[in-house]
Design a protein around this ligand. Sequence first.
Ligand SMILES: [Fe+2]
Length: 254
Amino acid sequence: MIDIHSHILPGLDDGAQTEEDFLNMAKAAIADGITSIVATPHHQNGSYMNSKGTIEKATEISNALLNDKGLGLTVLPGQECRLYGEILEDLERGEILPLNHSKYVFVEFPSAQVPRFSDKLLYDLQLAGKIPVIVHPERNQVFMKKPDMLYEFVKNGALTQVTAASVAGKFGKKIKSFSLDLIEVNLTHFVASDAHNTTNRTFHMTDAYDVIHEEFGDDLVYFFQENAHYLIGNQHVMLEQPKQVKKKKLFGLF
Ligand SMILES: [Fe+2]
Protein backbone atom coordinates (compact mmCIF):
# COMPACT_ATOMS: atom_id res chain seq x y z
CA MET A 1 0.00 0.00 0.00
CA ILE A 2 1.15 3.54 -0.75
CA ASP A 3 0.54 6.44 1.62
CA ILE A 4 0.87 9.81 -0.11
CA HIS A 5 0.61 12.11 2.94
CA SER A 6 2.62 11.93 6.17
CA HIS A 7 4.66 13.92 8.66
CA ILE A 8 7.22 11.18 9.22
CA LEU A 9 10.46 13.12 8.62
CA PRO A 10 11.95 14.02 12.00
CA GLY A 11 12.38 17.54 13.32
CA LEU A 12 10.81 19.48 10.44
CA ASP A 13 7.27 20.15 11.66
CA ASP A 14 4.65 18.96 14.16
CA GLY A 15 5.09 15.33 13.08
CA ALA A 16 7.98 13.10 14.17
CA GLN A 17 10.39 15.07 16.36
CA THR A 18 13.31 12.66 16.79
CA GLU A 19 14.97 9.82 14.94
CA GLU A 20 13.28 7.47 17.41
CA ASP A 21 9.85 8.96 16.56
CA PHE A 22 10.65 8.51 12.88
CA LEU A 23 11.56 4.83 13.33
CA ASN A 24 8.46 4.19 15.45
CA MET A 25 6.29 5.78 12.78
CA ALA A 26 8.03 3.71 10.11
CA LYS A 27 7.29 0.52 12.06
CA ALA A 28 3.64 1.55 12.54
CA ALA A 29 3.36 2.28 8.80
CA ILE A 30 4.77 -1.14 7.92
CA ALA A 31 2.40 -2.79 10.43
CA ASP A 32 -0.50 -1.01 8.67
CA GLY A 33 0.58 -2.50 5.32
CA ILE A 34 2.38 0.54 3.88
CA THR A 35 5.42 -0.07 1.68
CA SER A 36 6.03 3.43 0.26
CA ILE A 37 5.24 6.67 2.03
CA VAL A 38 5.40 10.22 0.77
CA ALA A 39 6.82 12.57 3.41
CA THR A 40 4.91 15.84 3.20
CA PRO A 41 6.21 18.34 5.79
CA HIS A 42 4.20 21.52 6.25
CA HIS A 43 5.30 24.55 4.26
CA GLN A 44 4.12 28.17 4.53
CA ASN A 45 1.34 27.34 7.01
CA GLY A 46 2.25 30.14 9.40
CA SER A 47 4.31 27.86 11.67
CA TYR A 48 6.62 25.89 9.42
CA MET A 49 8.77 26.54 6.38
CA ASN A 50 10.23 23.51 4.67
CA SER A 51 11.40 24.14 1.16
CA LYS A 52 12.30 21.59 -1.47
CA GLY A 53 16.03 21.19 -0.73
CA THR A 54 15.53 20.65 3.02
CA ILE A 55 12.95 17.92 2.40
CA GLU A 56 15.02 16.16 -0.26
CA LYS A 57 18.02 16.00 2.06
CA ALA A 58 15.96 14.73 5.01
CA THR A 59 14.34 12.08 2.78
CA GLU A 60 17.73 10.78 1.70
CA ILE A 61 19.00 10.53 5.28
CA SER A 62 15.79 8.80 6.38
CA ASN A 63 15.97 6.17 3.66
CA ALA A 64 19.59 5.41 4.59
CA LEU A 65 18.47 4.92 8.20
CA LEU A 66 15.61 2.60 7.18
CA ASN A 67 18.08 0.63 5.12
CA ASP A 68 20.50 0.36 8.06
CA LYS A 69 17.74 -0.91 10.31
CA GLY A 70 16.48 -3.37 7.69
CA LEU A 71 13.00 -1.81 7.64
CA GLY A 72 11.03 -2.43 4.44
CA LEU A 73 9.70 1.05 3.84
CA THR A 74 10.64 3.65 1.21
CA VAL A 75 10.23 7.36 1.90
CA LEU A 76 9.49 9.58 -1.10
CA PRO A 77 9.84 13.37 -1.04
CA GLY A 78 6.81 15.65 -0.96
CA GLN A 79 5.43 18.74 0.72
CA GLU A 80 2.15 20.00 2.15
CA CYS A 81 1.96 23.57 1.02
CA ARG A 82 -0.53 26.14 2.27
CA LEU A 83 -2.22 27.91 -0.65
CA TYR A 84 -0.64 31.37 -0.52
CA GLY A 85 -0.26 34.36 -2.81
CA GLU A 86 3.32 33.69 -3.96
CA ILE A 87 3.03 29.94 -4.53
CA LEU A 88 3.56 30.32 -8.29
CA GLU A 89 6.67 32.45 -7.86
CA ASP A 90 8.04 30.00 -5.30
CA LEU A 91 7.31 27.10 -7.64
CA GLU A 92 9.45 28.82 -10.26
CA ARG A 93 12.15 29.53 -7.67
CA GLY A 94 12.31 25.80 -6.86
CA GLU A 95 10.99 26.02 -3.30
CA ILE A 96 7.84 23.98 -3.92
CA LEU A 97 8.21 20.22 -4.06
CA PRO A 98 5.53 18.31 -6.00
CA LEU A 99 4.81 14.81 -4.67
CA ASN A 100 7.73 12.56 -5.62
CA HIS A 101 8.72 15.19 -8.21
CA SER A 102 5.54 14.54 -10.18
CA LYS A 103 3.07 17.09 -11.55
CA TYR A 104 0.88 16.69 -8.44
CA VAL A 105 1.18 19.38 -5.74
CA PHE A 106 -0.46 19.22 -2.32
CA VAL A 107 -2.33 22.37 -1.36
CA GLU A 108 -3.78 23.03 2.07
CA PHE A 109 -6.42 25.55 3.08
CA PRO A 110 -6.68 27.05 6.57
CA SER A 111 -9.15 24.80 8.44
CA ALA A 112 -11.80 27.50 8.87
CA GLN A 113 -11.33 29.33 5.58
CA VAL A 114 -11.27 29.14 1.83
CA PRO A 115 -9.45 32.32 0.73
CA ARG A 116 -11.08 34.32 -2.03
CA PHE A 117 -8.08 34.03 -4.36
CA SER A 118 -8.17 30.19 -4.21
CA ASP A 119 -9.87 29.60 -7.56
CA LYS A 120 -7.35 31.81 -9.35
CA LEU A 121 -4.34 30.14 -7.69
CA LEU A 122 -5.68 26.66 -8.42
CA TYR A 123 -6.15 27.71 -12.03
CA ASP A 124 -2.69 29.32 -12.27
CA LEU A 125 -1.05 26.18 -10.87
CA GLN A 126 -2.65 24.20 -13.68
CA LEU A 127 -1.48 26.73 -16.24
CA ALA A 128 2.03 26.12 -14.86
CA GLY A 129 1.60 22.40 -15.61
CA LYS A 130 0.83 21.26 -12.06
CA ILE A 131 -2.24 19.49 -10.72
CA PRO A 132 -3.30 20.78 -7.31
CA VAL A 133 -4.42 18.15 -4.82
CA ILE A 134 -6.49 19.72 -2.03
CA VAL A 135 -5.69 17.93 1.23
CA HIS A 136 -8.35 16.90 3.75
CA PRO A 137 -11.31 18.96 2.44
CA GLU A 138 -13.50 16.92 4.81
CA ARG A 139 -11.95 18.74 7.77
CA ASN A 140 -12.49 22.24 6.35
CA GLN A 141 -15.42 24.05 7.96
CA VAL A 142 -16.27 26.04 4.82
CA PHE A 143 -16.41 22.97 2.58
CA MET A 144 -18.56 21.21 5.17
CA LYS A 145 -21.10 24.03 5.02
CA LYS A 146 -20.75 24.72 1.31
CA PRO A 147 -19.64 21.54 -0.48
CA ASP A 148 -20.53 23.20 -3.79
CA MET A 149 -17.35 25.26 -3.46
CA LEU A 150 -15.33 22.05 -3.48
CA TYR A 151 -17.40 20.75 -6.39
CA GLU A 152 -16.44 23.86 -8.40
CA PHE A 153 -12.73 23.38 -7.66
CA VAL A 154 -12.87 19.71 -8.71
CA LYS A 155 -14.93 20.51 -11.80
CA ASN A 156 -12.19 22.99 -12.71
CA GLY A 157 -9.42 20.41 -12.48
CA ALA A 158 -8.31 20.19 -8.84
CA LEU A 159 -8.07 16.80 -7.14
CA THR A 160 -8.63 16.07 -3.46
CA GLN A 161 -7.35 13.72 -0.76
CA VAL A 162 -9.36 12.57 2.26
CA THR A 163 -7.68 11.49 5.47
CA ALA A 164 -7.83 7.81 6.40
CA ALA A 165 -8.66 8.63 10.04
CA SER A 166 -11.63 10.75 8.88
CA VAL A 167 -13.02 7.86 6.82
CA ALA A 168 -12.41 5.51 9.76
CA GLY A 169 -14.43 7.78 12.09
CA LYS A 170 -11.51 8.90 14.28
CA PHE A 171 -12.46 12.60 13.94
CA GLY A 172 -16.12 11.93 14.79
CA LYS A 173 -19.33 10.98 13.02
CA LYS A 174 -19.85 14.25 11.15
CA ILE A 175 -16.44 14.19 9.49
CA LYS A 176 -16.79 10.48 8.68
CA SER A 177 -20.18 11.07 7.11
CA PHE A 178 -18.91 14.03 5.05
CA SER A 179 -15.89 11.96 3.91
CA LEU A 180 -18.21 9.20 2.70
CA ASP A 181 -20.39 11.81 0.95
CA LEU A 182 -17.33 13.11 -0.91
CA ILE A 183 -16.37 9.57 -1.95
CA GLU A 184 -19.90 8.85 -3.11
CA VAL A 185 -20.13 11.87 -5.43
CA ASN A 186 -16.62 11.49 -6.89
CA LEU A 187 -15.24 14.57 -5.15
CA THR A 188 -12.15 12.84 -3.85
CA HIS A 189 -9.37 10.90 -5.54
CA PHE A 190 -6.99 9.75 -2.81
CA VAL A 191 -7.03 8.36 0.70
CA ALA A 192 -3.92 9.02 2.78
CA SER A 193 -2.96 8.97 6.45
CA ASP A 194 -1.62 12.47 7.20
CA ALA A 195 -0.01 10.63 10.14
CA HIS A 196 1.86 12.84 12.61
CA ASN A 197 2.73 10.24 15.29
CA THR A 198 1.88 6.73 16.49
CA THR A 199 -0.75 7.77 19.05
CA ASN A 200 -3.57 10.23 18.36
CA ARG A 201 -2.62 10.94 14.71
CA THR A 202 -1.50 7.58 13.41
CA PHE A 203 -2.04 5.79 10.07
CA HIS A 204 -5.46 4.06 10.03
CA MET A 205 -5.07 3.16 6.35
CA THR A 206 -6.32 -0.41 6.81
CA ASP A 207 -9.23 0.87 8.92
CA ALA A 208 -10.18 3.36 6.20
CA TYR A 209 -10.02 0.77 3.41
CA ASP A 210 -12.15 -1.59 5.52
CA VAL A 211 -14.82 1.13 5.76
CA ILE A 212 -14.60 1.89 2.03
CA HIS A 213 -14.88 -1.80 1.25
CA GLU A 214 -17.93 -2.13 3.45
CA GLU A 215 -19.66 1.00 2.15
CA PHE A 216 -18.72 0.94 -1.54
CA GLY A 217 -17.16 -2.44 -2.34
CA ASP A 218 -13.89 -3.56 -3.90
CA ASP A 219 -13.96 -1.23 -6.90
CA LEU A 220 -13.50 1.89 -4.80
CA VAL A 221 -10.71 0.32 -2.74
CA TYR A 222 -8.96 -0.49 -6.01
CA PHE A 223 -9.65 3.02 -7.37
CA PHE A 224 -7.95 4.75 -4.42
CA GLN A 225 -5.04 2.31 -4.16
CA GLU A 226 -4.31 2.52 -7.88
CA ASN A 227 -4.55 6.30 -7.89
CA ALA A 228 -1.80 6.49 -5.24
CA HIS A 229 0.37 4.34 -7.54
CA TYR A 230 -0.37 6.54 -10.54
CA LEU A 231 0.37 9.71 -8.57
CA ILE A 232 3.83 8.69 -7.38
CA GLY A 233 4.60 7.44 -10.90
CA ASN A 234 3.53 10.82 -12.37
CA GLN A 235 0.87 9.11 -14.49
CA HIS A 236 -2.71 10.15 -15.13
CA VAL A 237 -4.98 9.25 -12.25
CA MET A 238 -8.48 7.80 -12.63
CA LEU A 239 -11.26 10.36 -12.55
CA GLU A 240 -15.01 9.99 -12.33
CA GLN A 241 -17.46 12.77 -13.20
CA PRO A 242 -17.86 14.87 -10.03
CA LYS A 243 -21.37 15.45 -8.72
CA GLN A 244 -22.73 17.80 -6.10
CA VAL A 245 -23.10 16.55 -2.53
CA LYS A 246 -26.76 15.82 -1.88
CA LYS A 247 -28.41 18.11 0.65
CA LYS A 248 -29.24 16.26 3.86
CA LYS A 249 -32.88 16.18 4.90
CA LEU A 250 -33.45 18.08 8.12
CA PHE A 251 -34.29 16.08 11.20
CA GLY A 252 -37.91 16.30 12.34
CA LEU A 253 -39.31 17.58 9.06
CA PHE A 254 -39.56 14.29 7.25
FE1 LIG B 1 -0.63 16.98 6.68
